[in-house]
Design a protein around this ligand. Structure first.
Ligand code: NAD
Ligand code: TDX
Length: 339
C-alpha cells in the first residue's frame, strides 16, 4: 500500500506517520507538507532515512505539484491532515484558512478522482458541530448532529467536510471523514492550550486562561486518534463519518491546574485574560458508532496521558525551545535544502 499523509510534519500528522511505519512496515508512507509555521521537519528526523518513507515539501493547493506527485506515486490511501489548525489565528486572519482547508481539500480530491484511490480520508474535527451548553451534561455530538460552526477555522473545516461528502455523492469518490475531539501528546505546537501552559509554566511565565476558564474540552491522547484513523482506513465504509473521542471532558481551568500540580508550580501563575471571540463552551463527542462498527477503543485515560505528555516536554526541551526561538524554521533549508 502506498499512503499519502498530508500535513505529516505537524502535530497529529507526524504521530500518524510514526504509527503507520511501525504498524504497517510493508507500506510506503509519503508525507507532503508545506512546512508552514506549524510544520517542523526536525520532528520527522527519526524516519527521514527509512526506505519506506519519503518527505515532499509542497502545498496542497498547488495543483501542478499535486498532479505530478499523484501520477508518480499511484497512491492507494490519502489521509488529509494538512490544515491551518489554530482557532485564534483564524479570528485574526481567516483567508489562509479558507484557501488551505477548503481549496486544498478540493485539489487533493480532484487528483484522487483523476488517478483513482482506494480511499480519501478527511481528518476533521468536533468543532464542526458547534458547542453544547454547560448545563446539559447529557448532550453529546453524534454523527447526526447538525453542522453549526462558530469560528472561521471550524467553518472552513465544515465546508471541507461538505465538499468531501459532495464528491462522494456526485463523483463516487471513496471517502471517509473522522471528527475527533481535542488531541494532546508529543509534538503539539506550543501555541495550543496544553503545550503552551507546560512550556510557560516551566519558564515561570504567567498562564493566560481565557474568560473564566470554564469552557470544556474533550481530550484524547494523540495515539488513540491515530489508531482510530488506521482502523477507518482499513475497515471504514465508503461515505461514512466517524466520531472519535474518549469521554475525557475537563474545564480549561482543571487542565491548567493539573499541569501546575504535576510540575510543582504555584497556581498564582494563572492569569485570567480577555475571552476568545465566539468561544465555544463545551465539546463532547459520542464515539459509539466508531466503537460499535470498527471495534475502536481509546487506551489512554487523561490522568495517565497528561503525565506522559508533561514528561515528553521535560525530556524534549530542545524541540519546543527551538520553536520558541524560531530556529526550527531554518531546519529544512539547513538539512535538506538541496533535495
Ligand atoms: P498542525 O497545525 O500541528 O499541523 C498542520 C500541518 O499541516 C503542518 O505541518 C503544516 O505545515 C501543514 N500545512 C498547513 N498548510 C498546508 C498546505 N497548504 N499544504 C501542505 N501542508 C500544509 O495541526 P494538527 O493539530 O496536527 O491537526 C491536523 C489535522 O487534524 C487538521 O486537519 C485539524 O483540523 C485536525 N484536528 C486537529 C485536532 C487537534 O486537537 N489538534 C482535533 C481534531 C482534528
Ligand atoms: O492561551 C490559551 N488560553 C486558553 O484559555 C489558549 C491557546 C487556549 N485557551 C482555551 C481556549 C479553548 O477553550 O483552551 C481551550 C483549548 O484551546 P486550543 O488549544 O486553542 O484548542 P481549541 O480551540 O479547542 O481547538 C483544538 O481542538 C480542535 C485544535 O486547535 C483544533 O485544530 C481542533 O480542531
Amino acid at each position: 500500500m502506498n499512503v499519502l499523509v498530508t500535513g505529516g510534519a505537524g502535530f497529529i500528522g507526524s504521530n500518524f506517520v510514526f504509527h503507520m511505519l511501525k504498524e504497517h512496515p510493508t507500506y510506503r508512507i509519503v508525507c507532503l507538507d508545506a512546512l508552514t509555521y506549524a510544520g517542523n521537519l526536525s520532528t520527522l528526523e527519526p524516519v527521514m532515512e527509512n526506505p519506506s518513507f519519503r518527505f515532499v515539501k509542497g502545498d496542497i493547493t498547488d495543483r501542478d505539484l499535486i498532479d505530478k506527485l499523484f501520477e508518480e506515486e499511484k497512491f492507494d490511501f490519502i489521509v488529509n491532515f494538512a490544515a491551518e489548525s489554530h482557532v485564534d489565528r483564524s479570528i485574526e486572519d481567516p483567508g489562509i484558512f479558507l484557501k488551505t482547508n477548503i481549496l486544498g481539500t478540493q485539489v487533493l480530491m480532484d487528483a484522487s478522482r483523476k488517478y483513482g484511490v482506494k480511499r480519501f480520508h478527511q481528518v476533521s474535527t468536533d468543532e464542526v458541530y458547534g458547542d453544547l451548553p454547560l448545563d446539559r451534561p447529557d448532550l453529546f455530538f453524534t454523527e447526526e448532529t447538525p453542522i453549526h460552526t462558530s469560528s472561521p477555522y471550524s467553518a472552513s473545516k465544515a465546508s471541507a467536510d461538505l465538499l468531501v461528502q459532495a464528491y462522494h455523492r456526485t463523483f463516487k469518490l471513496p471517502i471517509t471523514i473522522s471528527r475527533c475531539s481535542n488531541n494532546y501528546g508529543p509534538y503539539h505546537f506550543p501555541e495550543k492550550l496544553i503545550p503552551l501552559m507546560i512550556s510557560r509554566a516551566l519558564n515561570d511565565e504567567s498562564l493566560p486562561v481565557y474568560g473564566k476558564g470554564e469552557n470544556v474540552r474533550d481530550w484524547l491522547y494523540v495515539e488513540d486518534h491515530c489508531t482510530a484513523i488506521d482502523l477507518i482506513l482499513h475497515k471504514g465504509k465508503d461515505g461514512e463519518v466517524y466520531n472519535i473521542g474518549g469521554h475525557n471532558e475537563k474545564t480549561n481551568l482543571e487542565v491548567v491546574k493539573t499541569i501546575l500540580k504535576e510540575l510543582g508550580k504555584p497556581e498564582s501563575l494563572i492569569t485570567f485574560v480577555k475571552d476568545r471571540a465566539g468561544h465555544d463552551m463545551r465539546y463532547a463527542i459520542d464515539p459509539s458508532k466508531t466503537r460499535r462498527d470498527l471495534g475502536w477503543e481509546p487506551t489512554t485515560l487523561f490522568d495517565e496521558g497528561i503525565k506522559m505528555t508533561i514528561k515528553w516536554y521535560l525530556d524534549n526541551r530542545d524541540w519546543w525551545e527551538n520553536i520558541l526561538s524560531g530556529d526550527y524554521a531554518d531546519y529544512y533549508e539547513t538539512m535538506y535544502g538541496d533535495r
